[in-house]
Design a protein around this ligand. Structure first.
Ligand code: PA5
Length: 425
């Protein structure tokens, strides 16, 4: 389960009951516009029903497609995609530590800087590898360029016939260059539903293919997504934590004039969830001069750098911390160093929990920072499905509260247009 804990907001200003008083009518009105098909961007709300529509046969098809490639004894899986075509997927694999059950090394290619791209290519080029190339539009430059280089290398090394059997393409069913090329070369191809946009698509083949490669339990993933969908049907702000989170975000932005939400994790493996939240929130809300800037920090690491600003600098932000109750790993401390031997009464998880609570208290009580906590019971497939669904609901409601379309991202086109104009000349 996922819960929003607001015990550490500065309660003289705001609390759950006040949020309900301020926002319940607004939220009900928004939900009515969705129901009566008057809300903005409704042709991209396919993700809402998707967990209940996906069939066992579809999931089996995905698993057997990945098995066909795994049986070819690949050493690496190269996953090529950018934005919504990799962030949610990576967040899932990192959070669940899915890599541990798999002999495969998964390499994400989400950047085309020469230092990075050429190094990744050098790393895999003498071995057999599979490629999952993901692009909904099928015409994004970065994945197209990267894919070409990795594909060419496979063709040179193993011949076209073998190379073509090592590829899975994930793209739109109806348009795009990737779709055309995939059909022409007879690659295994999976389609992203038209009514699901990039950042809302991690539970479609966009994420499912690589999750299946890593042996993640897709049934558990969808069980979490379905439970969240069911729970979030309840519009009451005291029951619906995802919408309540959206309302707190709106309150801090509009009423308290804060421009930044600082999203905090304590586990390096959760950093990719903060990236997913950044994309969901920034692309859904950052329009028409509005929206919180979603910043992120890894504590306790960043407490030794950004921590100073957060504690005593300008209070232009509030914080949202993600806290997992039952982590993958733990140990009883058996320290030999006499200086810190007093720690031996603790498990390592307890030291981190104390660091977390001490930081929250220092920030709230001494620093006067409003703190929200997203409590996550466990780090498994079920909880990723639940959390990702929960966050999509928050992103949608946050955007609707600002009266902007949660499902488009027109601003992303500006750099693409200039870059393509110059490159094509
Ligand atoms: O949320 C979105 O739609 C975007 O971030 C896209 O995912 C990103 O731009 C990649 O697009 P595509 O999958 O078409 O290559």
């Amino acid at each position: 389960m996922i819960k929003l804990n607001s015990k550490f907001v500065l309660t003289k200003q705001i609390n759950d009951a006040k949020i309900k008083t301020l926002y319940q009518t607004k939220v009900n009105a928004i939900l009515k516009t969705i129901k009566t098909k008057k809300a903005l961007g409704l042709n991209f709300t396919g993700w809402i029903d998707y967990p209940n529509k996906v069939t066992k046969t579809q999931l089996q098809k995905i698993v057997s497609a990945t098995n066909k490639i795994k049986n070819k004894k690949i050493k690496y899986l190269v996953v090529i995609g950018i934005g919504g075509s990799y962030l949610g997927l990576k967040a899932c694999l990192d959070m669940t530590n899915a890599y541990k059950n798999s002999n495969l090394s998964v390499i994400f290619i989400h950047n085309i800087h020469q230092n990075y791209l050429l190094e990744m290519l050098r790393k895999v080029k003498n071995d057999k590898y599979g490629i999952v190339v993901i692009s909904k539009s099928g015409r994004t430059l970065e994945p197209a360029l990267a894919f070409d280089m990795f594909y060419q290398n496979l063709v040179q090394k193993f011949g076209k016939k073998t190379a073509d059997k090592l590829i899975i393409a994930v793209t739109s069913q109806h348009a795009g260059d990737l779709r055309e090329t995939a059909i022409k070369n007879k690659w295994q191809t999976f389609f992203i539903p038209d009514n699901i946009g990039g950042r809302y698509s991690a539970l479609t083949p966009v994420g499912l293919i690589t999750m299946a490669f890593c042996g993640l339990d897709l049934n558990k993933l969808f069980s979490g997504a379905k439970d969240a969908t069911k729970k979030l049907k309840n519009a009451s702000l005291l029951q619906n934590d995802a919408y309540r989170y959206a309302c707190y975000r709106h309150y801090f932005f509009k009423t308290k004039k804060m421009d930044i939400e600082n999203i905090v994790v304590y586990d390096p493996y959760l950093q990719s969830i903060t990236k997913t939240m950044q994309q969901l929130f920034a692309e859904s809300e950052g329009k028409q001069g509005q929206g919180l800037y979603p910043a992120s920090c890894l504590f306790t690491t960043d407490l030794h750098s950004l921590g100073q600003y957060l504690q005593q600098g300008k209070k232009c932000f509030f914080e949202t911390s993600l806290f997992v109750k039952k982590t993958h790993a733990d140990c009883q401390l058996k320290i030999k160093d006499p200086v810190i031997k007093y720690l031996n009464k603790f498990k390592l998880s307890k030291v981190n929990e104390i660091a977390f609570l001490s930081t929250i208290k220092a920030h709230t009580y001494d620093g006067k920072i409003n703190n929200l906590i997203i409590e996550i019971d466990k780090q498994d497939a079920y909880h990723f499905g639940y959390l990702y669904t929960w966050l999509m609901y928050t992103a949608m409601m946050s955007a609707y509260l600002l009266k902007v379309n949660p499902f488009d991202q027109p601003g992303v086109e500006a750099y693409k247009k200039r870059m393509n104009d110059v490159l094509k000349k």
